[in-house]
Design a binder for this molecule. Structure first.
Ligand code: PLP
Length: 285
């Protein structure tokens, strides 16, 4: 089946889905995005993803390209046209097409909107969770606003590639004070030796993950002890468990950090329980 992409008002065959060379997303990475999980053909936590999109756009003073109700229709229609049961839907909004100039284009320049969807392999995702992943740590060299879900992802890309080259699946950024901020495309968590779940509080240094919020609800429902405070790489390496959260992989156990096994080197019980219970705490549309 051929894939379909939504590009600026039209549904097009994916292979011919193009934006203009002067699109500011292409020229300057001047845009934002969202990735929602699709499960059973429904979108997971759409409302919260669209709220975060609205915030990212406002922070960058990019206009909302259409009412959220219309964006929602485009998301669902893209999922439907691609017949995605389980996978992701991707939404990108840029400041639009204009003659190349760093300053904002003239008021009224229409933002560009692209939506794509693709299926993922559930068995492969479950196998990865059952095995757990390795992460590496490296210096956080991103700009000061990772709370904005910008398409400007060079440090994240380089970090992810460094992880792959080290035989790991994710890279955890470390701030100047030695605390983990987050993963290159996920939020970072540990469970301490005395069963306390820990994750960095939300501020400008991390993305306010939607899956993070869902997991906070799952933790509360289970009655687990939670502390939102920054933790160091040394604390993570001494932890009983570690895991990451992101819409594309929900809860993913971490079994090695910089080559050192976490706990007994196998996916942790808390992480696996939170993964199983995740969708009970998510919204479906
Ligand atoms: N942090 C970063 C840098 C990300 O790119 C992502 C997701 O892609 C996350 C955290 C997790 O956010 P969410 O749970 O909303 O997918």
């Amino acid at each position: 089946m051929s894939r379909i992409a939504y590009v600026n008002g039209r549904y097009r065959p994916h292979r011919g889905a193009l934006v203009h060379v002067e699109d500011r997303g292409y020229q300057f990475a001047d845009g934002v995005y969202e990735v929602c999980e699709v499960r059973g053909g429904r979108i997971v936590d759409e409302r919260r993803h669209l709220a975060r999109l609205t915030r990212s756009l406002a922070e960058l003073r990019i206009e909302l390209p259409m009412p959220l109700s219309a964006l929602s229709i485009v998301l669902h229609e893209t999922v439907r046209r691609n017949r995605v049961r389980d996978g992701i839907v991707y939404l990108q909004v840029t400041r639009g097409v204009a003659r190349r100039d760093h300053a904002f284009p003239a008021p009224g320049t229409a933002p560009s909107v692209v939506v794509t969807a693709r299926a993922h392999d559930n068995d492969r995702a479950e196998k990865m969770a059952a095995d757990g992943i390795a992460v590496i740590t490296l210096a956080d060299n991103r700009w000061a606003r990772p709370d904005i879900k910008s398409v400007s992802l060079l440090p994240n890309i380089l970090a992810k590639q460094a992880a792959r080259e080290a035989g790991a699946r994710e890279a955890w950024f470390v701030d100047a004070r030695g605390f983990i901020t987050e993963g290159s495309s996920s939020n970072a968590w540990i469970v301490t030796a005395d069963d306390e779940v820990m994750t960095r509080p939300v501020d400008n240094s991390i993305l306010n993950g939607i899956s993070r919020a869902v997991v906070l609800d799952a933790i509360a429902a289970r009655g687990l002890r939670l502390t939102e405070r920054p933790f160091t790489a040394a604390e993570a390496k001494a932890a009983r468990e570690a895991f990451v959260t992101a819409a594309s992989q929900i809860v993913q156990p971490v079994v090695r950090i910089d080559g050192k096994p976490v706990g007994d080197g196998r996916p942790g019980a808390f992480a696996m329980a939170l993964r199983r219970e995740f969708h009970r705490h998510a919204e479906f549309t």
